[in-house]
Design a binder for this molecule. Structure first.
Ligand code: MG
Ligand code: MG
Ligand code: MG
Length: 309
């Protein structure tokens, strides 16, 4: 039985690229493995689609039920982000760069996580340490994942390890212009043409529990806020709708990757608490938070602190 390597639900480019490159690594080291993801290829986000097309790599197979399977997790270890019936699967490995989640196993497993900007940076180290050759295709998807997760090194989650991995992978991938590659990905990621408002919001959205309060936070990364000028009202109405479903607050991060900050759309039972968390003033529907790029590092922790978590 092949090991199904799978990233988190609602997969981003790291979850896709890490599944592909860890499956390739396992096969190269004598364990039969197949890259999978929790959605159909047609539903993949536009950035990941572009990356796979650019480097001629097939999308991972769809795998939504883990019952009875051998599985390896990449880019997460939370039950909430896993395929159905993960408790009836045999989890054999985890490669990640997040906090350890709530998944437990019955036996000892391969578990490798580092506090770096991307799962593919961890995988690059594994390839390097074990002298496993990295093909042009694998190098291509890995480097794209690192640029995506670290926002081309601008995210505070980026570490020297991520930069070193990119430096080594770019020539292997046959890429000479890192910034041009990133801008191509950003354009694909932030293209909103023909995308339904709700799809745009849920493309990168997570609910959090903050002292018993449900708080939703979505994010879209943009080359310029001008890209969403025409749909701001619709976005605001949509998050107000999402809030009605039992949430204390819903925040939507319109992140300007070039200006390095976020226009934060806010719908909340307690706007003053949000203002306190981000040390600013909501004017109209939103507040500008200078330097805010990362939900994980810059949005969630101040909010948790404001909620007294
Ligand atoms: Mg991810
Ligand atoms: Mg990641
Ligand atoms: Mg991400």
């Amino acid at each position: 039985m092949s090991v199904c390597v799978v990233g988190h639900s609602n997969p981003d480019t790291d979850s896709v690229a890490a599944a592909i490159s860890f499956a390739n690594y396992l096969n190269a080291t004598g364990t039969k493995a197949v890259a999978t993801m929790q959605i159909a290829a047609a539903d993949l986000n536009p950035e990941s689609k572009l990356v796979l097309k650019k480097f001629g790599v097939a999308a991972p197979e769809t795998m939504t039920d883990a019952a009875g399977k051998d599985v390896a997790l990449v880019d997460f270890s939370d039950i909430g982000q896993a395929p159905a019936n993960i408790d009836k699967a045999n989890v054999v490995a985890v490669v990640d760069h997040h906090k350890i989640g709530d998944l437990t196993t019955n036996g000892p497993i391969f578990f490798y996580a580092k506090p770096v900007g991307c799962s593919c940076t961890v995988l690059y180290e594994m390839y390097k340490n074990n002298n496993i050759a990295i093909s042009k295709e694998i190098a291509g998807v890995m480097v794209c994942a690192i640029l995506s997760d670290t926002v081309n090194f601008k995210s505070p989650t980026c570490t020297p390890d991520d930069k070193a991995a990119v430096k080594a992978l770019l020539p292997l991938a046959g890429v000479s212009d890192q910034d041009a590659l990133f801008m191509d990905m950003l354009k694909a990621k932030s293209s909103i043409e023909g995308v339904a408002i709700k799809d745009l919001i849920f493309r990168d959205y997570k609910d959090f529990d903050m002292k018993g309060n449900k708080v939703g936070i979505g994010q879209i990364e943009l080359a310029t806020l001008e890209q969403v000028a025409g749909i701001r009202e619709d976005l605001y109405k949509a998050i107000a709708d999402i809030k009605k479903d039992g949430r204390h607050s819903v925040l939507f991060m319109l992140t300007d990757v070039v200006k390095e900050g976020t226009d934060l759309l806010v719908v909340s039972d307690d706007p003053a608490l949000i203002e306190k968390a981000f040390k600013g003033k909501i004017s109209g529907q939103s507040m500008w938070v200078d330097g805010m790029m990362s939900r994980k590092k810059q949005t969630v922790p101040p909010l948790q602190a404001a909620f007294g978590c």
